[in-house]
Design a binder for this molecule. Structure first.
Ligand code: NAD
Length: 428
């Protein structure tokens, strides 16, 4: 195999932001254990392509505003690219590049025939009305038209996007095609080809991983005290599932702060409160705490399901948990990873723990392509099988090589993509 010479890619590139450099460092930390050629390592270090857009929006008051939009496709080696769309003030090319590369590893680890992508619009979704969100989504989809498609790139929901966003994307794409194309997005409403159990899949997968980890660590989940950061699609469902498993959920939080009860929270009541009030703000039936305090509460299982960069060098030394499960993407920095490893606190990494979402998205795409739909039990069983298989492989690699779960998950994922890339070769 030809040696890869130092290339211009060694210069700082547009996506070389702290989050992308962190994703690349995680990849590089796993490489020595993955046994791949330099050609494969170099090729997989960078996204294959990216699209940068300016998305115009006519506000309800008649003003025009332009929002930056992005879509990064990291790898097309295993199949179409797949990944979420987020609406957030921090969306950037580098953030999308990091998240797209994690999607590649996640899909490969779960043995789904996809590469990774990620995109979004830099905006504060909560400051936009439903009509504004619809116009923004439709124009964003229109700008993306050439890049997405059922065999090209299949978006899904992420932060501040949901089933309705996917319905607008599906309708915009289908209208431009001239016929219904449900398989262009996943995470859609069931009425237009969405899958049962997709909305719950990520949070349910997080808890499946927590349960497997607890079992192997000899600490039955039903007896554990859990803390969950983030009370959205992932964290909200994870809290419900933990509660349903009989675990005690001591605290949960959202962007407005956290709520804590040493005897355990009433999770259904909290969901009802958030459904009525939009967030946890103002909930006063238990102790209010900050997000910083929540992360440091003494507990057995800490689920971080809000966003990236939450467990850092500054607070990792003060965490008082026996296990961290990453519902969010990239919530633990490299420095924090090293501190937690040193302290003997295992971290179930994002590419494994939150892979339930993309796994049921894959089931949704398969159902749409086949125009044949499965029921909830079938999907839950298929998801449990996939998660358990991936968890087992990660555990084995970690034991065999005496490395962290993150490194082991990366090794298992890199091997899948590398094998395919070695077979295909690099054109021409
Ligand atoms: P969401 O918008 O539904 O929920 C995010 C939650 O986190 C909200 O409760 C929000 O208030 C809270 N939050 C935001 N910033 C916070 C902060 N600084 N401190 C505390 N809470 C904060 O988003 P989601 O879909 O639940 O995604 C959460 C994370 O999970 C993201 O990292 C996302 O990329 C990842 N993820 C989501 C899915 C999915 O299927 N939705 C799949 C895999 C990974």
């Amino acid at each position: 195999m030809a040696r890869v010479e130092a290339s211009s890619l060694e210069e700082p590139l547009e996506w070389d932001t702290p989050l992308f450099l962190m994703a690349r460092a995680q990849f590089e930390q796993a490489l020595p254990y993955a046994d791949v050629s330099p050609m494969v390592a170099e090729r997989l270090s960078f996204p294959e392509r990216a699209l940068i857009m300016s998305v115009p929006l006519r506000r309800d008051d008649g003003r025009w505003q332009i929002f930056p939009g992005y879509r990064v496709q990291h790898s097309t080696v295993l199949g179409p690219t797949k990944g979420g769309v987020r609406y957030d003030p921090e969306v950037s090319l580098g953030e999308c590049a990091a998240l797209a590369s994690w999607m590649t590893w996640k899909c490969a680890l779960l043995r789904l025939p996809y590469g990774g992508a990620k995109g979004g619009v830099r905006c504060d979704a909560h400051a936009l009305s439903p009509h504004e969100l619809e116009r923004l989504t439709r124009r964003f989809t229109s700008e993306l038209f050439a890049a997405i498609g059922p065999q090209e790139d299949i978006p899904a929901p992420d932060m501040a996007t949901n089933e309705q966003t996917m319905a607008w994307m599906m309708d915009t794409y289908s209208t431009q095609k001239g016929y219904a194309v449900p398989e262009v997005v996943t995470g859609k409403p069931i009425s237009i080809g969405g899958s049962v159990f997709r909305r719950e899949a990520t949070g349910a997968g997080v808890v499946m991983c927590a349960e497997h980890s607890c079992e192997r660590l000899g600490m039955p989940l039903a007896e554990q005290r859990c803390v969950v950061q983030g009370f959205g699609n992932v964290g909200g469902v994870a809290a419900t599932e933990l509660h349903a498993h009989g675990a005690t959920v001591l605290a949960v939080s959202d962007i407005s702060g956290g709520v804590y009860s040493p005897d355990g929270l009433d999770i259904p009541e909290l969901h009802a409160y958030v459904a009525e009030n939009g967030s946890l703000a103002g909930y006063d039936r238990c102790t209010r705490i900050t997000n910083e305090e929540l992360l440091e509460l003494p507990c057995d299982v800490l689920v971080v399901a809000a966003r990236e960069d939450q467990i850092t060098g500054a607070n990792a030394g003060r965490l008082s948990t026996r296990l961290v499960v990453e519902g969010a993407n990239g919530p633990t920095t490299l420095e924090a990873d090293a501190i937690l490893a040193e302290r003997g606190i295992p971290v179930v990494p994002d590419i494994l723990a939150n892979a339930g979402g993309v796994t049921v998205s894959y089931f949704e795409w398969v159902q749409d392509l086949g125009r044949l739909f499965w029921d909830r039990d079938e999907i839950r069983i298929k998801l449990a099988d996939k998660m358990s298989d991936a968890f087992g492989r990660v555990w084995s690699v970690a034991e065999e090589k005496s490395i962290t779960f993150r490194q082991a998950a990366m090794v298992a994922a890199i091997r899948e993509v590398a094998g395919a890339l070695e077979s295909r070769g690099i054109y021409p």
